[in-house]
Structure formats: C-alpha cells, structure tokens
Design a protein around this ligand. Sequence first.
Ligand code: BEZ
Length: 189
Amino acid sequence: MTADTIAINQLMDKFDGHHSVWLFGYGSLIYKADFPYLQRRPASIGGWTRRFWQGSHDHRGTPEAPGRVVTLIAEADAICHGMAYLITPEVFAHLDHREKNGYLRLATSMTFEDGDQTEGLVYIATADNTAFLGAASEQEIAAHIARSTGPSGPNSDYLNHLASALRELGRHDQHVFDIERHLAALRSE
Ligand code: BEZ
C-alpha cells in the first residue's frame, strides 16, 4: 500500500452524518492537538500496543532518512492508553493531511477512565504500508531516533514529548520509557 493515505481515508464513511466523532490519540495527538475539539478525555483501547515501528518521511525524518514514530500493533490482552478528542468531521481533513504518511482511519471502541465506552476512530499504520519499518530492539530504535530529524523537528523531541505526556497521564509504557532511557544514555556518552 502507498504511504500517501489521504485519498483512502477520504473514502471512510463509517461516521457519515454524525455531528461529532471521538478520535483516539496514542502518539503525537496526546500532546499536540493543533485542531479544534469539543471535548478531550483520557481513554484506552484494548487489543493494541504502541510501537515505534512506523517510518516518518514527512515529520521526524525525510524520504531518504526516515525517522521512527508510533503506530499500533495488534496484541491480545494489551491495552493502549492515550487521549480521546471529540471532533467535528471537518477536522479529519486536517488530520488526514497531517498523518498522510501511511496512517489509515480505523473504527474502534474506546474506554474512558470512568469505564464508559464509545465508538470512534483511530489512525493506524499497518505493516503493508511502504513507510513501515517494523520491529527493532529499544536500543536500536533509540539510536535511530537520535540520528533522525525532519520538517517537524528532531525525532528525539517526538519521543520525549510522548514520554512526558504519558507520565502526565499517569500511564506506564515500557517500550516508550525504555527507548527514552537508551536515548538519554546516548546523549550523555
Ligand atoms: C495519534 O497520536 O494517535 C496518531 C499517531 C499517528 C498518526 C495519527 C495519529
């Protein structure tokens, strides 16, 4: 599948006719909401785990030297914590463009902290998109992030902002925090 997913995402009609839709954010959306929203609530989705396995050609790297950003990988019994936004459908045009590098909108149920559940959408980059990089050790990912930069800034800023945002949410993510630790060690070498 091409890494430019704008046209495919515009075909997604699951919530057509709805005045507002919940969007689950698990990466930069947790700390960077550069769009209007009606509500913002911590939430989680089940059966998915956050991994720095997607290549970034347009934000934290370049086509020649892609950075590494998060996607969700299916894993039974896993729970991914993040932030949900209630947005109007027009906002998806902005997000489809911002996240055009391999991410597809997928319908999902999500659970808020009070246990309430709702249906909504999440952007996921699957293994069949051409920007997908796949698994590597946390140490290798940290080294990759340390040498990557793109139009949105250093890849390390993305990792550090995400780790801080998860801490603020009171959520532990071993994968993210291990990469953060390796990155800090590389910096002090
Ligand atoms: C997110 O933060 O949920 C997100 C991550 C990658 C692409 C789009 C959204």
